[in-house]
Design a protein around this ligand. Structure first.
Ligand SMILES: *Cc1c(COP(=O)(O)O)cnc(C)c1O
Length: 566
């Protein structure tokens, strides 16, 4: 049977391109928030019956498995997985030219089943084909594995190969090509060729979502290398305008995408503002990210939602009725989720964490700007807080990018602090943060902490997952939290309000830390131990106000109305 048969190509109106897509922990082809967002988006496409097809790469050697040694060093263990257990290869192949060589690309199809049976196919592109040269077979092997050259080859497969695979499969009447971040921006070159350099036609079809609020985070490739690898018939010299080729003679993938897209957006209201400041020559909208509710509600919470708001899985706005759920049942479901998490953590970290102890979670990529160590910056103060107000447990998790030495240093320094606090505060750094551990964590802790350097957190989605589960956010006012925060109702802010903080040249690490401790002392610990009633009310407000809004069903509806089918 042709695995593609269930999908009628004539109906696929939107192609969604992403360098990584996180669907389940079993498919190790994502690294963090960008990929998980892509997976959640496609799940909502499927639930809502949006005619879409996803395009990404098949990383047979995946993203690494993380172990951490006794000194806190990250060890990157290669992963092995068998694509054929999850997806089906298509027989037809297409080619692209890389450095003058012909490289064959095949696609594997993975079907994401929606709640009402609608299926959205994802095409995972793969160069590991026998007749390709050995080095070319490795192009799609690793996610974030190699150097710039390797990366550019991957982006050629994704952007140029992606368009050709879609065309081979009969997807030639698409209304929108959505670039989830600039990695797939080479698709615009292929579309320009196909449409005889009619920029208006191409623009009408292209949608670009930018995720990175700092210039250093945007992909740039030396033009010498670009010319060498992309020697095909693309007219590269004609790109020398509108910053697409910068003053250092680099191809800037963000500007390439910006120039060719009619609809451009940032991923939270504040990030939209930041992006407009970075790219004043473009009209940039904002669509705030979300999470796929069925994926991220802890089992015990989902069962509770099923009882009180049975339509929630495909109509997350009905979560607003969470205020009607008896508070003891919310607490009971939370304790079930917490027990599951603590069983998992205790076994792995050799600890004896308790469900009646206030538990703080901090888990996300170990990137320096997220400042995972802020909470532990003054261990004496932390001990004093615990002695006066009640015990505290902390669970950390997060992988550092293989080339990110600062991220690795961060993990080591947290390990040092864990040692200092041994016997006083139980802290576990859980190895190998993935979607499975994320789900346990966002549902099982009491407080979800986030301490990014402003304005670096474009959106942040793990806090939304926590809110959906009634877990209370304690966070710097950045990204989505500026929209989800109501002090003392949905959670607490750390640091000053947005405008004051932005004027602050040092972004005030000391002040932020002091404020974090003050919030723990004046709000978090006393509410948890002395005012449980208000605490559980806050949990209900989170589900009702934030779970009902910060989801990908709402987000996808916005993309459909504002970007795709204009
Ligand atoms: C949700 C998620 C993220 C994103 O976390 P942020 O809060 O956006 O940094 C990263 N990794 C995994 C495994 C996730 O599930």
């Amino acid at each position: 049977m042709n695995p593609y048969a269930p999908f009628n190509p004539q109906e696929r109106k939107v192609a969604y391109f992403s360098m990584e897509i996180g669907l389940t922990a079993e498919l190790p082809i994502y690294s963090g928030g960008l990929g998980v967002l892509a997976g959640d988006t496609i799940k909502s496409f499927a639930d809502l019956g949006i005619p879409a097809v996803g395009v990404s790469l098949l990383y047979k050697k995946g993203y690494f498995h993380q172990e951490i040694d006794a000194a806190g060093n990250q060890i990157e263990v290669p992963v092995q997985w068998e694509p054929s257990e999850f997806m089906t290869p298509l027989m037809e192949k297409i080619t692209i030219m890389v450095e003058g060589r012909t490289v064959l690309i095949q696609a594997w199809v993975y079907g994401v089943e929606g709640i009402k049976g609608h299926s959205v196919p994802i095409l995972f592109l793969d160069t590991d084909i026998e007749i390709n040269a050995p080095a070319d077979r490795e192009i799609t092997a690793y996610l974030y594995g190699g150097d710039e050259r390797y990366r550019l080859m991957q982006e050629m497969v994704l952007g140029i190969g992606g368009i050709r695979v879609l065309q081979m499969l009969g997807h030639d009447n698409l209304e929108a090509y959505h670039m989830n971040e600039g990695h797939s921006a080479l698709l615009t070159l292929e579309l320009m060729e196909r449409y005889q350099h009619d920029i208006e036609t191409v623009r009408e079809m292209c949608v670009f979502t930018t995720h990175t609020p700092v210039p250093a985070g945007h992909d740039r490739f030396q033009m010498d290398m670009v010319r060498e690898l992309l020697c095909e018939s693309f007219d590269l010299e004609s790109l020398d305008h509108d910053n697409i080729i910068d003053e250092k003679d680099c191809l800037n993938m963000t500007y390439l995408a910006l120039y060719h897209a009619e609809y451009i957006n940032g991923v939270a209201k504040k990030h939209g503002e930041t992006a407009r400041k970075m790219f004043p020559e473009y009209r940039i909208d904002a669509i705030t990210n979300g999470v796929h509710t069925r994926t991220w509600a802890a089992d015990a919470m989902a069962a509770l939602f099923d009882r009180f708001m049975p339509s929630w899985p495909n109509d997350p706005s009905s979560l607003r009725n969470a205020l009607n759920i008896p508070r003891d049942q919310i607490w009971k479901a939370h304790l079930d989720a917490k027990q599951m998490l603590l069983d998992f953590v205790n076994e792995r970290c050799g600890l004896d964490m308790q469900t009646d102890t206030l538990t703080i979670g901090f888990a996300r990529r170990a990137a320096a700007y997220k400042r995972a160590d802020l909470l532990l910056s003054d261990t004496d103060r932390l001990i004093e807080l615990v002695e006066t107000h009640g015990p505290l447990q902390i669970i950390y998790a997060g992988k550092a990018h293989p080339n990110d030495e600062n991220g690795k240093t961060l993990i080591r320094s947290i390990h040092e602090k864990i040692g200092e606090l041994e016997g006083k505060i139980d802290i576990c750094y859980l190895e190998n943060y993935d979607m499975y551990r994320a789900k346990l964590l966002v549902g099982g802790v009491d407080v979800w902490l986030n301490t990014p350097l402003r304005p670096m957190e474009a959106s942040g989605t793990s806090g939304m997952k926590a809110a959906l589960n009634g877990v209370i956010n304690l966070s710097i006012l950045d990204g989505w939290w500026l929209e989800g925060h109501i002090e003392d109702f949905t959670g607490w802010r750390i640091g000053r309000r947005q405008r004051a903080a932005e004027d602050d040249p040092e972004n005030s690490r000391e002040k932020d830390a002091a404020d974090l401790y003050a919030k723990l002392e004046n709000k978090v610990l006393p509410y948890f131990y002395e005012n449980r009633e208000h605490w559980v009310d806050m949990m209900a407000y989170n589900i009702a106000l934030n779970g009902s809004f910060f989801n990908t069903h709402r987000m996808v509806s916005q993309y459909v109305m504002q970007a795709y089918f204009q």
